[in-house]
Write a protein that binds this ligand. Sequence first.
Ligand code: FAD
Ligand code: DHB
Length: 388
Amino acid sequence: MQRTQVGIIGSGPSGLLLSQLLERAGIESVVLERRSRDYVLGRVRAGVIEQGVVAILREAGVAARLDREGLVHHGVEIAVGEQRQRIDFASHTASLVVYGQTELTKDLMEARAASSAPLFEVEDVVVEGIEGTRPRLRYRHLGTEHALDCDFIAGCDGFHGVSRKAIPANVLKTHERVYPFGWLGVLADAPPVSPELVYARHERGFALCSMRSATRSRCYVQCALDADLAKWSDARFWDELRARLPTALAAGLQDAPSLEKSIAPLRSFVAEPLRHGRLFLAGDAAHIVPPTGAKGLNLAVRDVHQLAQAFVAHYSERRDHLLDGYSATALRRIWRAERFSAWLTSVLHRFPGQTSFDRGMQLAELDQLVNSAAARAAFVEAYTGSQP
Ligand code: FAD
Ligand code: DHB
């Protein structure tokens, strides 16, 4: 029988960072991951990190490369048809750092490998006894059955994980909106069309030009939910992106072979409560935001930071007020990010069956956003995560 203080399911950014923060506070943990290390490192996902989240990563001792290589942005562009408008963060003393989730995961994995690396390729993780004082994780690794006794379990296993399902159905409430489209994303060695991100609303659908470096672009176009990746050649992707961008930007867009191409469905989802007995949910296991606004990774980091502080209070001060307050405090922050992400999604995408009134509302929302100082200030607060 093995024992640890906090058993963590999942080695995405939430699980890895929680384990790292706990170690720095002298709290033991074991991370169980279903996939291989290479699979986890190969996933291309988010790329925009809030300044407050950078501070958490520094506190965790994993921000040295991010501080060297991350691209600091002081503004973002919103394009509506041919109209382009820059929203400046600097006047609100806010900024964002563009640094790929893949790179952050690599940095976290390296930090963990130096002390206690996750256990990869574990199968059939089962959560037991969360309503008692000795919760347990059972799993199979290399064909052998194992049991891990824990003080607490952290469910950091993403939307499709097992931890959320361990909360009894009569306790767990879920709130969900599924969007009738997806995002087709391409990573390519082509210089970004603009030094800052461009979010574009176009009659053909939403487009986003992001980046990973001065020579690597990460771009997305809104696509049908049932889009077939095989039918999206690189040439078709770049042509479609070009068609959705203002002419001046489209002219600077260089075709380049895709290094990665994938489709992500869009969903808003919140589970509550985030704690049941000795099980705590964090990151995508607890909530999903549509990617518009880049909140998913930022929320995950803030969840585990809050959770780590709660465990520290439990072990160092023998106080459980932060563990008891985790769900309510996190949910308030989560719902605010849900609101922002759902709103930005609703004004920038083309919805099937959209009426001319719906279109007018979208354009009026965007007009308000770019032309009202108050609306811009509220956007900057939410987008950069600098709201009080
Ligand atoms: P995850 O990164 O999902 O990690 C969960 C881990 O748990 C995984 O490694 C998984 O293999 C493991 N796991 C699952 N089940 C089990 C099990 N039973 N046993 C053991 N391990 C298990 N956010 C943005 O801001 N912008 C984006 O562009 C963006 N694009 C995305 C594209 C996709 C396809 C997805 C899925 C997400 C995207 N996100 C994006 C969201 C962002 O990547 C997530 O919010 C972030 O990864 C959350 O981290 P996490 O550690 O909570 O979950
Ligand atoms: C990226 C992803 C997003 O969802 C977003 O809103 C901005 C940037 C990215 O992958 O770079």
